[in-house]
Write a protein that binds this ligand. Structure first.
Ligand code: ATR
Length: 270
């Protein structure tokens, strides 16, 4: 059995072991996948120990994604731009390759699972933290008309958008500058929902027939899903599909086989 794990702190609520166990059953791959509670002060030590025990790859979650980016010996282009790594792949000579599958997970959930065409659309991204930085390049590669990154702290949105200019049409602004704008898709990448909140948004933000997507996931409707239903969104999606899709892409990087995600998403929806 090849050993893999997800490392984070906290880690007990991670659904990744369940998802990867389902992928292993489905594909017949001989994979063991566990949870690792990372030491806040010694992430590199935890990774080295896991490799010494024969570990072949790691998923990395909060708060270690930036540390994993620094630790990797080489980076995929999308991980390089994201400034964060959620997948570590063991290469020969104990070298580690860092990748980031969050963006492709979001794009696949939107386009393949939900049937949303990103190309040519006006998209609003709420938030400018690590979660947003992690997904922007794959989103821009789908050629939306324009993505506006709006953040409570406007300066963070400006500088994130500036760094992404080589990859597509993107601009930053503050949440308080959205008054006259309309979008066909609003993605919530803020952490506001974790404390039961929604970013302060104008009521007219969502164009008729527009969709909303919350990168967060919980067993109940997220606060942003509730907001989007109250504002007549055509679809109010949560991030469960993205979670499973990013896991599938990690599995592909490790095992060279892309599992089917629909049955796993259905299983988690219960
Ligand atoms: P993550 O890795 O989850 O992105 P982060 O880097 O700390 O975490 O970023 C959190 C994001 O959520 C930021 O964009 C933050 O806005 P600020 O940059 O202004 O702090 C946003 N956020 C958190 N709570 C929020 C709230 N109540 N309303 C609006 N935005 C919020």
């Amino acid at each position: 059995m090849d050993k893999y794990a997800v490392i984070g702190n906290p880690i007990e609520h991670s659904k990744s072991p369940e998802i990867h166990a389902a992928f292993a059953r489905q594909t017949g791959e001989s994979v063991e996948y566990t949870r690792l509670l990372g030491d806040i002060d010694d992430f590199p030590g935890d990774v080295r120990r896991f490799l010494a025990e024969g570990g072949q790859g790691l998923n990395v979650t909060v708060p270690f994604k930036e540390e994993a980016w620094r630790l990797a010996d080489e980076l995929s282009p999308r991980a390089h731009t994201a400034g964060a790594v959620n997948t570590l792949i063991r290469l020969g000579n104990n070298r580690l390759r860092g990748d980031n599958t969050d963006g492709v997970g979001l794009v696949r959930d939107l386009t393949v699972n939900q049937g949303f065409r990103i190309q040519g659309r006006r998209i609003l991204m709420l938030g400018a933290g690590g979660a947003v930085r992690g997904v922007m390049r794959p989103l821009l590669e789908q050629k939306p008309k324009r993505i506006i990154i709006a953040n409570r702290t406007a300066g963070k949105a400006y500088s994130l958008a500036n760094g992404l200019a080589p990859y597509g049409q993107v601009a930053g602004c503050g949440l308080d500058e959205l008054e006259e704008m309309r979008f066909e898709l609003i993605i919530n990448g803020t952490a506001a929902g974790l404390s039961g909140k929604v970013p302060a948004l104008p009521d007219s933000l969502l164009g008729k027939g527009g969709w909303c997507y919350d990168m967060l996931y919980s067993d109940r409707a997220t606060p942003f899903q509730t907001w989007s239903r109250e504002h007549q969104a055509a679809r109010s999606l949560d991030g469960l599909g993205m979670l499973v899709e990013q896991a599938a892409e990690s599995f592909r990087l490790w095992r060279d086989i892309l599992p089917e995600t629909a049955p796993v998403i259905a299983m988690l929806r219960g």
